[in-house]
Design a protein around this ligand. Structure first.
Ligand code: NAP
Length: 253
């Protein structure tokens, strides 16, 4: 029998969990455990790191995982690299379900930077009102540019206030709309957005809002991930699993 291990923490992983549950496949969804209240899921969930490549390989063997699907965020580069190495070591097939990167459209004022450190450096200069749309991670790094007023948006209230001297914090897990994000940017007088090139529609509202308001965006490029088979649609995952989403539910009637 199959046992599909889905590495999650994204909307895509939740959508995939729903799709495999609907087909009655045996699957487990894995979370890193970063958020306090993850969404309820229709398949069993495990939480926490595996303990590096060796730990993931052990988990795969011990739980007789037959298919590994990496549906982590495109910036979860360590987990994705571990998945490539562990799948190879354990001899199980790996598929990545990921969103295509966003591409600039007419009207976009993007300035691309290779990573977080480069984004911090690019913020040297006079005080601005910056929307730091990076989630909770890496926020502290921006304390190196304390002159700005930062607008932060987190999924959960932090236990410890962010160490940025001048910031405003919004707790909201979305879904976000273009109109809502435009309003937020205007209310806070934002003149620069810093974000990761996450791709997909879930996090897109802010860049559409920036385009409509003519605001510049410091766009952080995706990190390097070793080569692996990659798809963008749930249906393609189902094809890979041998359970095409297009198959009629009742055969031979
Ligand atoms: P990361 O830097 O690639 O991973 C760091 C460590 O966290 C991994 O080595 C692994 O620990 C553990 N880990 C990560 N994802 C895991 C998963 N799905 N199940 C079990 N352990 C996991 O990852 P990250 O950037 O911190 O992201 C953590 C989680 O947040 C991921 O699930 C990701 O999909 C989600 N997320 C990330 C971002 C982002 O911008 N990075 C945005 C939205 C959501 P061990 O080595 O001990 O196995």
């Amino acid at each position: 029998m199959e046992h599909i291990l889905i590495l999650g923490g994204t909307g895509e992983a939740s959508a995939l969990a729903a799709a495999v549950a609907e087909r009655g496949l045996t699957a487990t969804l894995s979370y890193a455990g970063r958020t306090a209240n993850p969404r309820a899921q229709p398949i069993p969930v495990r939480v926490g790191g595996f303990g590096g490549v060796a730990g993931l390989e052990r988990y795969v063997r011990d739980h007789r995982v037959t298919h590994l699907i990496d549906a982590t965020h495109p910036f979860a580069a360590t987990m994705s690299a571990h998945a490539v190495a562990a799948a190879q070591a354990a001899g199980v097939p790996l598929l990545a379900l990921t969103r295509p990167a966003w591409q600039p459209l007419p009207g976009d004022r993007w300035h691309g930077v290779p990573d977080i450190a480069a984004a911090v450096t690019a913020l040297s200069g006079p005080a601005r009102r910056v929307m730091l749309a990076l989630g909770r991670m890496h926020v502290e790094t921006f304390a190196a540019q304390p002159q700005h007023r930062y607008l932060l948006r987190f999924v959960d209230s932090p236990d410890v206030p962010p160490a940025l001297p001048d910031h405003r914090l919004v707790v909201d897990r979305g879904p976000f709309t273009v109109e809502g994000d435009m309003r937020l940017m205007q209310e806070h007088g934002i003149d620069l957005i810093v974000c990761k090139n996450a791709g997909g529609t879930g996090a897109e509202a802010k860049i559409v809002a920036a385009r409509r308001l003519g605001l510049p965006v410091l766009m952080i490029d995706r990190p390097f991930i070793p080569a692996r088979a990659t798809v963008h649609e749930i249906g393609e995952v189902m094809d890979w699993l041998g359970h095409s989403a297009h198959e009629p539910a009742h055969l031979g009637v």
